[in-house]
Design a protein around this ligand. Structure first.
Ligand SMILES: Cc1ncc(COP(=O)(O)OP(=O)(O)O)c(N)n1
Ligand SMILES: Cc1ncsc1CCOP(=O)(O)O
Ligand SMILES: [Mg+2]
Length: 220
């Protein structure tokens, strides 16, 4: 991470989706537009299982994010995050769900500076364990109906206030869009993560700017 001024702990956290962005060109152009709108974090989320495809796309996104001083978060894949950091992309981090391996081990592999996020669903016990194992942020949700993961377990917004005790940035995820982003923010989320809220339309820059307009005045 080469720009100490970028505060990744608050704002819009966009997550890519291969169904919405099927080609390399669509992925890069959409992420460039979203970054122009002002992202706190960008996550590359690929479920193809094609490791060469994943490496090619992740390298392109790591180059792009470095130009904007925005950390790129790799979903699921510790080896890929490690490869990118070893290749000089110091801002690259990792997001781990409950089925994606040990956060403690990921912290040992990636070192103390890497951003490593954890899925906590609607459970404070998972948040406590993740915090103990070295998580950089805690993700809760889904709070609203999700087009991307309708099957994700539901959570209620009061959970976010309870999660303040861990002293880590709180991420809200699941159906986050311009109509409910203020609700999630006012409930305590510092980071607002979304797939369709940013990449579901034609031009990602506009929704990111609109989300930021709702959020910026709420941070002291
Ligand atoms: C910021 C953020 N929060 C939650 C998730 C979900 O992770 P996970 O439960 O591992 O599910 P998949 O996204 O891997 O299908 C996330 N990716 N990012
Ligand atoms: C990855 C993930 N984890 C819980 S909900 C979700 C999907 C978020 O996508 P959307 O913002 O389109 O609901
Ligand atoms: Mg996962």
């Amino acid at each position: 991470m080469n720009d100490k001024r970028h505060d990744w702990t608050r704002g819009v956290y966009a997550i890519t989706d291969a169904q919405l962005l099927p080609s390399d060109r669509q992925l890069i152009e959409a992420c460039r537009a979203a970054l122009n709108g002002g992202l706190a974090l960008l996550q590359y989320r690929d479920k193809s299982g094609d490791l060469s495809h994943r490496l090619r796309q992740a390298l392109a996104l790591a180059m792009l994010c470095r130009n904007y001083s925005v950390p790129l978060i790799i979903n699921d894949d510790l080896a890929l995050a490690r490869r990118l950091r070893d290749d000089g992309y110091a801002g690259v981090g990792l997001h781990l769900g409950q089925e994606d391996g040990s956060l403690r081990q990921a912290r040992e592999v990636l070192g103390p500076e890497a951003i490593i996020g954890a899925t906590c669903h609607a459970r404070l016990d998972l948040a406590e364990r993740a915090a103990d194992e070295g998580a950089s942020y805690l993700a809760f949700g889904r709070f609203f109906a999700s087009k991307t993961k309708p099957e994700a377990p539901p959570a209620t917004l009061d959970l976010l206030a309870e999660a303040a005790r861990f002293g880590l940035p709180r991420v809200a995820i699941g159906g986050i869009d311009i109509d409910n982003v203020s609700q999630a923010r006012n409930a305590g989320a510092e980071l607002l993560a979304t797939v369709h809220g940013v990449f579901g339309g034609e031009d990602p820059e506009t929704p990111v700017r609109e989300l930021n307009a709702r959020l910026n005045s709420t941070y002291s």
